[in-house]
Ligand binder design. Structure first.
Ligand code: FAD
Length: 379
């Protein structure tokens, strides 16, 4: 059986690894990604705040050596879901099963003034470049703002605000700075009331202004103000934005999307085309756009492919994810959350505590060991 996997992010890496572990050379996995390597989302914040370097958080795909898996560095140019065939700039590939795991693309240009008057911190290039911008920042009004949902890793803007506080304290410029956080949600992490309460308390403790239930519509670079979706304005000296998210153009052009994202069966991750699955951020499956959910969906699809190979049944996707997030002061919170179709999500908070930093480090290290076969530490 040949499985063509498009995208080697959280989902594509987990899917290929699990298929290789379970089936080895009995399956031919072709894993396609245009990049040279993988970077965890949380590493972007670590680089941006000067905790580590871009080189230290880069995991090259050349280290991905697994029985049955062939990595192809190529840009996907078109997807024909009816024939499970894709065209890339390194040739065409056809599979018995096709899995689309191409993630969410970012469109900073969709927000007028964002690139001219501020910075986005969600692409690798922009987050890494912000390291020098932050190092040179001498204090002032910092605004961290989300344009609109959906966006990756809903806790990340809150983490950024708390990490910014620590960063400015360490620089000795916190007393002449202000930090505001603009979010299109009523609370920081809607699926987890406990985590939201703890974050709101941390914002209050650290003098961070919480501006809920609105997004950033545009920046006016000349006046240095962000114009919000409720028509109010907030002045800034440094603006860090979460840009508009969209499905990659090649996915939209394939006809797989409805209202911008790929609809899938929430239990099987099957699309409307036979033997074509979609997993992770590129879908509208109903879980947040976060690596842990992409990974869980990839596991479920891998298990279905393995079960099919063995003539057995698979359990299906359980909607569960474990998210670690920075609380500042070296503390980490952990939310164990489950999304079930038709039911409100249930999320339980552990911490925040300094002890959980070791768990977060282990989360990264375990994945680099499994996916790339080498040791790594993000601390
Ligand atoms: C600042 C920040 C912090 C985050 N922190 C966390 C966290 O702590 N925990 C967590 O779980 N998640 C976190 N996330 C979210 C996480 O990074 C994403 O949700 C996750 O990577 C999604 O996985 P995915 O496999 O669906 O897509 P991705 O990981 O985005 O993978 C998609 C892949 O497809 C490739 N691709 C796209 N288009 C093409 C094409 N045309 N041709 C070839 N290849 C293509 C891309 O190169 C990419 O490698 C964070 C994100 C950010 C921005």
């Amino acid at each position: 059986m040949r499985v063509v996997v498009l995208g080697a992010g959280f989902a594509g890496l987990e899917l290929s690894t699990r298929l290789s572990e379970e089936l080895g050379d009995d399956v031919e996995v072709i894993l396609v990604d245009k990049s040279e390597g993988f970077v965890f989302g949380f590493s972007k914040l670590d680089v941006m705040f000067g905790r580590t370097t871009a080189e230290a958080v880069f995991h090259p795909y050349r280290d991905l050596v697994k029985p049955g898996v062939q990595f192809v560095q190529a840009a996907v140019q078109s997807i024909d879901p009816a024939n499970k065939r894709v065209e890339t700039d390194a040739g065409s590939f056809e599979g018995d099963v096709l899995v689309v795991a191409l993630g969410a693309d970012l469109d900073p240009g969709a927000t007028p003034g964002l690139l001219e008057g501020g910075h986005e911190f969600y692409t690798e290039a922009a987050a890494f470049a912000l390291r020098d911008v932050l190092a040179a920042f001498d204090g002032g009004r910092v605004v961290i703002g989300v344009t609109r949902p959906p966006f990756k890793c809903p806790p990340a803007p809150s983490e950024t605000a708390l990490m910014m506080h620590d960063f400015l304290v360490a620089k000795g410029v916190r007393d002449r700075s202000e930090i505001a956080l603009v979010m299109p949600f009523p609370v920081p992490i809607p699926p987890s009331p406990d985590a939201s309460k703890a974050l709101l308390a941390a914002f209050a403790d650290h003098g961070i202004t919480w501006m809920p239930e609105r997004g950033v519509r545009e920046l006016d670079p000349a006046r240095r103000v962000a114009v919000l979706t409720d028509d109010s304005e907030v002045a800034y000296d440094l603006f860090l934005g979460v840009p508009v998210h969209v499905a990659p153009a090649v996915v939209v052009e394939s006809g797989l999307t409805v209202d911008g994202w790929i609809p899938v069966d929430p239990s099987t991750l099957a699309t409307s085309y036979a033997d074509v699955y979609a997993v992770g951020d590129v879908t509208s499956v109903g879980t947040p756009k976060a690596g842990v959910f992409s990974e869980g969906q990839a596991k479920a699809v891998a298990d279905a492919i393995v079960a099919r190979h063995r003539g057995a049944d698979a359990a299906g996707y359980d909607g569960r994810g474990l998210c670690y997030f920075e609380f500042g002061d070296g503390k980490i919170g952990k939310v164990d959350v489950q999304f079930r179709p038709g039911q409100p999500p249930v999320g339980e908070l552990s911490g925040p505590s300094v002890d959980l930093a070791a768990d977060k480090a282990a989360f990264g290290a375990e994945r680099v060991r499994r996916w790339f076969g080498r040791e790594w530490s993000n601390v």
